[in-house]
Ligand binder design. Sequence first.
Ligand SMILES: C[S@@+](CC[C@H](N)C(=O)[O-])C[C@H]1O[C@@H](n2cnc3c(N)ncnc32)[C@H](O)[C@@H]1O
Length: 458
Amino acid sequence: MSEPSRNYTNPRQIEAEITDLAFDGKAVGQVGGKITFFDSGLPGETVSGEITRKKARYNYARVLQVLVKSPDRISAPCPHFDICGGCTWQDLNYERQLFYKRKQVIDCLKHIGHLGDIPVDEIIGANEQFFYRNKMEFSMNSEGATGFVLGLHRRGHFDRIFNVEHCLLQSEISNQIANWFRRFVDDKKIPVYDIIDHSGFIRFLVIREGKHTNQVMLNLVTAEGEMPFKDELINKITALVPSVTTIVQNINAAKANIARGDYERILYGPGYIEEKLLDYTFRIYPNSFFQTNTFQAERLYGLIYDFLEPRKDDLLLDLYCGAGTIGICASGLVGSVIGVELEPSAIRAARENAALNNINNIAFHIDSVQDILMQKNGVLNDATCVVIDPPRAGLHPKALKRLAELAYSRLVYVSCNPATFARDAAYLVGAGYAITKITPVDMFPHTMHIELVAALKR
Ligand SMILES: C[S@@+](CC[C@H](N)C(=O)[O-])C[C@H]1O[C@@H](n2cnc3c(N)ncnc32)[C@H](O)[C@@H]1O
């Protein structure tokens, strides 16, 4: 962002003081008495900008200049910060990032859940504020003057990519691989997939890395067809980066622009990597969900088990269990565990992971949480405590109603969306639960994402 200056003449320019950061990371100010959401700017700053979209009750605007800087503003260390759509809070010092994340949890509880009297603990910040991700998805495109690009999305553009030379999110190895792969695809003239006319072949490069095992997976998401120059690619990349232990081609023949295939071909190695969480080992397949920040996931899980107060005779329900990591890591603390998850491939991984760790007191069900909870006298009735970790949309209304009826005495809610958490928590409190503790956890430094763990008791 350019240095402060008041020498602008554009009559459409507006000026505002930024007073807050909104839940989605936008900066909040007022222009002519109307709430205006700016694409950047920090609380305490005065900015000039222009309105980009007008709505009945609020506007959106783009910042052109910061006229008065906040003392919390720092120089973002990432060389791509000005154009990258990734870490939009990198220019806010980390202590203040944590302050605003906790504030957003408090605001959601107050305004959405009308639970303003519930105290929220200090947020658990990350020790590893850079190079913390174990998964990165790099997009590719053919961009007019620039030609082939491989990297991340430009801020504010779903269809424009820039070349990432040095990202601070995953690891230096990941940068090395991405830069090498860009040159390889360009040199070999492998056609890049075009999201408009759906021609071309190569779509995404996904790199996954075991932070505790140093095993690296390359997942090449492509259209239908054999990966060209496959042997040369394998030989060269494994010689350059020996920690690459597996390479998989994921075939996405659909038009949907997602880094996930319908089926896969293992090109090299076993087709998975391993990662450790707490004392357990997990296999991660190209399409399996796995917590993206290994280090903070360990702290998050530690908090879950503290809040759960597990007993050796407990039957624990791990609802929305993904690849079973919460239940598997808890299996030594309780009598037995039942995990429930909709996605069959995640349950396959969960069962395999349980076997890999010699765990015999855990069972998994492929089902929707709302459907399995609705079964009267079903498999979940004898449970004594529950962990729920739903997607951003929060609990399905049927699941919420049934959880309230089943009245489990100890319930831990893990949420990646304080707004839907506040909505669900309000319902559960209305049905007789008390929230005894809420702790936010920063899983994604420099972004506006917030995770939290809450203990609910009957
Ligand atoms: C936030 S992830 C939970 C991950 C897991 N607990 C962990 O820590 O790795 C949410 C999971 O819920 C699953 N899911 C989404 N809707 C569901 C539903 N209605 N019933 C069961 N599982 C669902 C998703 O497939 C996803 O694996």
